[in-house]
Design a protein around this ligand. Structure first.
Ligand SMILES: *[C@@H]1O[C@H](CO)[C@@H](O)[C@H](O)[C@H]1NC(C)=O
Ligand SMILES: *[C@@H]1O[C@H](CO)[C@@H](O)[C@H](O)[C@H]1NC(C)=O
Ligand SMILES: *[C@@H]1O[C@H](CO)[C@@H](O)[C@H](O)[C@H]1NC(C)=O
Ligand SMILES: *[C@@H]1O[C@H](CO)[C@@H](O)[C@H](O)[C@H]1NC(C)=O
Ligand SMILES: *[C@@H]1O[C@H](CO)[C@@H](O)[C@H](O)[C@H]1NC(C)=O
Length: 357
């Protein structure tokens, strides 16, 4: 019902524009088209909107989508709107602004994201937005806002950042350095951490104390003891990687082919930074690299794994498929397929006689 209402409003606006007497239909569009769904509960932007607006050349398109109960930034319905200059997504439950997804809104100048419960703005979130001059992310749960989120902070004129639990460290140094050119909307932002600056506002700091206080400590790996593991295939191996730094570093592991290992699969990175290799296979052998990084820099250590094969036993191993682990054993004249239902249960065994080679 409410969706329908919003749709009707849009149709009406577009309809009025198109019904005006005019030879060249786009020339007679109003200079300003406002799509307003404020305070109507929508779970998503109706899919038809971008297609209709795409055929119109709008000098200025204003998107007012506040209080719409959108649970994610509506990237795909909006991405055609290369003429969009002003976007208000305030008071929708949007917690993350992802990297690179707003980049098609080439002319976006002003973005309002007040009170959305925003936790994180990823690096590259506003990449390509060369005219971006106004950002209001006040009354959220942001701990930081890194310079890498922007195409260029030189274009930014107004920043609303108050009402966030900010960590005043090197990640916000850019904003402090830009104080002569940057206007903070509303109240000056306040530091929530670290303790020595807790409660101080950005306006309080003198130029002289900024480089001393807005600092970070580079990520450093603590587990430096060499980890060289030799094992027989089928065993589970753990490699440790603990790091410290300020802000707390993130840890990734690279496999011998230098691709990043995720938190799932047979070889995975655990939440505490440990690398786990389950049912080690001969082809898992090689050097694995742990990289700890934070805003101040990174550190890495390499570990080695050598897995010995057991001839005539496990000849083929298939990774987790649809939640199951598969093993294929070869014995004279047949193959045995074992499907382990869970890693903690004894495998169900099935004999597949006479399989072709
Ligand atoms: C948008 O709609 C809301 C709710 O109906 C209304 O309060 C607001 O004034 C409208 N905004 C504009 C710019 O028309
Ligand atoms: C849209 O209109 C503007 C201003 O009239 C014009 O400069 C621009 O080239 C037009 N863009 C397209 C894609 O027609
Ligand atoms: C907002 O949307 C969620 C689902 O996305 C729904 O569960 C919730 O009831 C909606 N809230 C309101 C106020 O409509
Ligand atoms: C990380 O978690 C795994 C599994 O919970 C555990 O076996 C391992 O000891 C932990 N590593 C460290 C360094 O605490
Ligand atoms: C680690 O830091 C160096 C410069 O100190 C940088 O070139 C490299 O890209 C960083 N690597 C990662 C994975 O962050």
């Amino acid at each position: 019902m409410q969706r329908l209402y919003w749709w009707v409003v849009l149709q009406w606006v577009v309809g009025v524009a198109l019904s005006a007497p005019c030879a060249q239909r786009c020339d007679c569009l109003p200079k300003l088209l406002i799509v307003n769904c404020s305070s109507r509960q929508l779970s998503s932007v109706p899919a038809g909107v971008p297609d209709n607006t795409l055929s119109l050349n709008l000098t200025t398109f204003v998107g007012l989508l506040s209080h719409c109960n959108l649970s994610a930034a509506p990237y795909s319905p909006l991405h055609h709107l290369v003429y969009l200059r002003y976007l208000d997504l305030s008071y929708n439950p949007i917690t993350i602004i992802l990297s690179n997804l707003l980049g098609d809104l080439l002319r976006l100048q002003e973005l309002h994201l007040v009170g959305t419960g925003l936790l994180r703005i990823e690096p590259g979130a506003f990449r390509n937005l060369a005219f971006f001059r106004f950002l209001d992310v006040s009354e959220n749960r942001l701990v930081t806002l890194e310079e890498s989120a922007f195409h260029s902070v030189a274009a930014l004129e107004v920043l609303g950042l108050d009402g966030n639990p900010l960590a005043c460290d090197c990640r916000l140094l850019w904003a402090m350095r830009r104080r002569p050119w940057l206007r903070f909307k509303g109240r000056s932002p306040t530091c929530a951490t670290p303790v020595q600056v807790q409660g101080r506002t950005f306006a309080d700091f003198t130029e002289a104390e900024i480089p001393r206080l807005f600092t970070c400590r580079q990520a450093r790996i603590l587990t430096r003891k060499p980890q060289d593991v030799r094992t027989d295939e089928g065993h589970t191996v753990l490699f440790f990687c603990a790091a410290d730094g300020d802000p707390a570093p993130s840890i990734i592991w690279l496999n011998p082919k230098r691709s990043v290992l995720t938190g799932s699969g047979r070889i995975r990175t655990l939440a505490n930074g440990t690398l786990e290799v389950r049912y080690a296979q001969v082809q898992d052998s090689g050097y694995y690299l742990c990289i700890a990084s934070n805003a101040a820099g990174n550190d890495s250590v390499s570990v080695s794994l050598r897995v010995r094969g057991l001839p005539g036993k496990l000849n083929y191993f298939s990774d987790l498929v649809g939640g199951y682990l598969f093993f294929i054993f070869e014995v004279p004249n047949s193959l045995i397929l074992e499907r382990a239902v869970s890693l903690h249960l004894p495998p169900e065994t099935q004999c597949l006689h006479g399989l072709p080679d």
